[in-house]
Design a protein around this ligand. Structure first.
Ligand SMILES: [Zn+2]
Length: 313
């Protein structure tokens, strides 16, 4: 059987967010409307070469900003190969020491690259592209967290009327702090924290974010049993469509700042029309601004609510 690899190429004025399949790990490429490349994490060392190939297939030679969410190997390992093969201009990571060999190698690569080092801390706004807003919501300045995961850089991306929340491996403790911080967490698309671990994605947090789509970076048959069934249940209870890199492969979000298209290599999975978000009728908002594509890639309006949407599990 022939396998067709659908490459989604960037066009000016468009936002692309690639949730790249790196097995049990996470790597997210953001191509901004004005052609800036941002990489959030790079998966494990093992996946470094395939990550570099993914980037070079897209003709990317420069990374304007790397955000290394936290020092665990499944997030920074693959970044070593990125430093070896691409020009990196800025690197942002939390101010947290770690003892692993991979972290030492990562810091060496950062130093050798000559990239500008940026401390990840709440309130930092990246001004790489005037058409998007990318702001760090966590970690909080001066906080000594209990675990490395808690240092995860949480960022919110806004383009026009669409919002995407990136969470790294943040956990319920971080979610509580974010909720207490009273920052606007609402996002149309949620990058589910910690590969769908049950130590993240509390019901309160999901209510505050209220996404329509959740994307989980997770490896097939991983030893941690991610994503956890409780998290999948919570997402379903909140009528959130679930897409997973272990099941759908590379998942790509495409947006003009008004509509969100979710695709994978086989084509369209979903479209969200955020124009209708402005409607004041709450029922209309909840039920009508979401579409799915049928097999002929025609949009279908879901008039009877969104509960029957199949999350492909
Ligand atoms: Zn992880």
């Amino acid at each position: 059987m022939a396998i067709f690899f659908l490459l989604i190429f960037y066009t000016q004025g468009e936002l692309l967010v690639h949730f790249i399949d790196v097995g049990q790990g996470e790597a997210i490429l953001i191509q901004t409307p004005n052609a800036k490349n941002i990489l959030i994490d790079g998966g494990t060392k093992k996946y470094g070469p395939s990550l570099v190939k993914y980037l070079s297939d897209l003709k990317i030679t420069d990374i304007d900003l790397i955000i290394a969410t936290h020092p665990h190997e499944d997030h920074i390992g693959g970044l070593l190969a990125v430093f070896d093969n691409l020009a990196v201009k800025n690197v942002c990571y939390p101010a947290k020491a770690h003892t692993s060999v991979t972290f030492e190698q990562f810091i060496n690569k950062v130093n050798q690259s000559g990239a500008k080092r940026i401390k990840a801390v709440k309130g930092k706004i990246f001004s790489l592209d005037p058409d998007i807003e990318l702001v760090i919501l966590s970690p909080f300045e001066g906080t000594n967290y209990d675990s490395l995961n808690h240092y995860s850089v949480v960022t919110k991306l806004t383009y026009g009327s669409i919002n995407v929340l990136f969470t790294g491996d943040c956990e319920i403790e971080n979610e509580k702090m974010l909720l207490e911080d009273q920052v606007n967490l609402q996002a149309d698309v949620l990058n589910v924290a910690h590969h769908g671990s049950s130590t993240s994605s509390s019901a309160e947090f999901l209510r505050a974010v209220s996404p329509l789509v959740a994307i989980i970076s997770v490896g097939k048959d991983n030893p941690y049993q991610h994503p956890h069934q409780d998290v999948l249940n919570r997402l379903k209870e909140h009528n959130i469509a679930i897409y997973r890199t272990d099941l759908q492969g590379n998942i790509i979000l495409k947006s003009d700042g008004k509509c969100i298209y979710i695709l994978n290599q086989e084509g369209y999975l979903e479209i969200l029309d955020t124009n209708l978000k402005q409607d004041t009728d709450e029922k209309y908002q909840q039920e009508y601004y979401r579409y799915l594509f049928d097999q002929d890639k025609k949009a279908i309006l879901h008039k009877e609510g969104i509960e029957y949407i199949q999350p492909n599990l």
